[in-house]
Design a protein around this ligand. Structure first.
Ligand SMILES: [Zn+2]
Ligand SMILES: [Zn+2]
Length: 168
C-alpha cells in the first residue's frame, strides 16, 4: 500500500509539515509542547512525572529546524528557555520566582518521537525540559485538574531519561 511510500509527492494528507522549512515529513518528529506537569518524589524510587492537558505547539522535520525556532516560539509565549533542573524547586522561566515542581505547573518541553503511521501512535525517544512557569504567571486551571480523574502518570522507567541541561 501507499503507507510505506517514501515519495513525499504521494503522501497527500498523511504527512506533517515542518513549521520551519515547510517540508512534508512523516517520522521522526521534533516538536515543542506545553502541558501541566508535576513531579512525584517517592522515597528511593526514581521520581514520576504526571502530565495533564498537554499539547503540541510546534512540529519540525529535524532538530536543526527546531533549534532555529525554539527562542521565537517561546518568545511568543513570553517565556525564555532556561532548561530547569528536576526540582524540587526551580526558577520561573518568565519572572524568576520559585516554582514548586511537586505541584502542577505549566511546562514547555521539546520531544523527539517516532511516528507509527500504520498504528497511528508515537513513541517518545527523548524529551528536554525547556521552561517552567510559576503559579502567578500561569495558574494551572483547577477545572482541568479536578476533571482529570486519571492523569497520565508515567513511570520514569518507561520513559527515556529527561535531559535537564544546566546552563550556568
Ligand atoms: Zn524542517
Ligand atoms: Zn513566574
Amino acid at each position: 500500500m501507499t503507507r510505506l511510500n517514501t515519495d513525499p509527492e504521494k503522501w497527500g494528507d498523511e504527512a506533517y509539515f515542518c513549521d520551519a522549512c515547510e517540508k512534508p515529513f512523516r517520522t521522526p518528529m521534533f516538536d515543542i509542547s506545553k502541558g501541566y506537569e508535576r513531579t512525584i518524589y517517592d522515597g528511593n524510587r526514581m521520581p514520576e512525572v504526571e502530565i495533564i492537558g498537554s499539547g503540541t505547539i510546534a512540529q519540525y522535520c529535524s532538530d536543526p529546524c527546531r533549534v532555529k525556532k525554539i527562542s521565537a516560539v517561546l518568545a511568543k509565549e513570553n517565556v525564555r528557555a532556561t532548561y530547569p533542573d528536576i526540582g524540587p524547586v526551580e526558577a520561573c522561566s518568565r519572572c524568576g520566582k520559585p516554582v514548586d515542581m511537586t505541584k502542577f505547573h505549566l511546562t514547555y518541553v521539546d520531544s523527539d518521537t517516532e511516528q507509527d503511521w500504520d498504528r497511528m501512535c508515537a513513541t517518545v525517544t527523548k524529551t528536554v525540559v525547556l521552561a517552567v512557569l510559576c503559579d502567578a504567571c500561569a495558574p494551572p486551571p483547577q477545572r482541568l485538574i479536578a476533571e482529570t480523574d486519571f492523569p497520565v502518570s508515567i513511570k520514569s522507567e518507561d520513559l527515556p531519561p529527561r535531559e535537564y541541561l544546566k546552563v550556568d
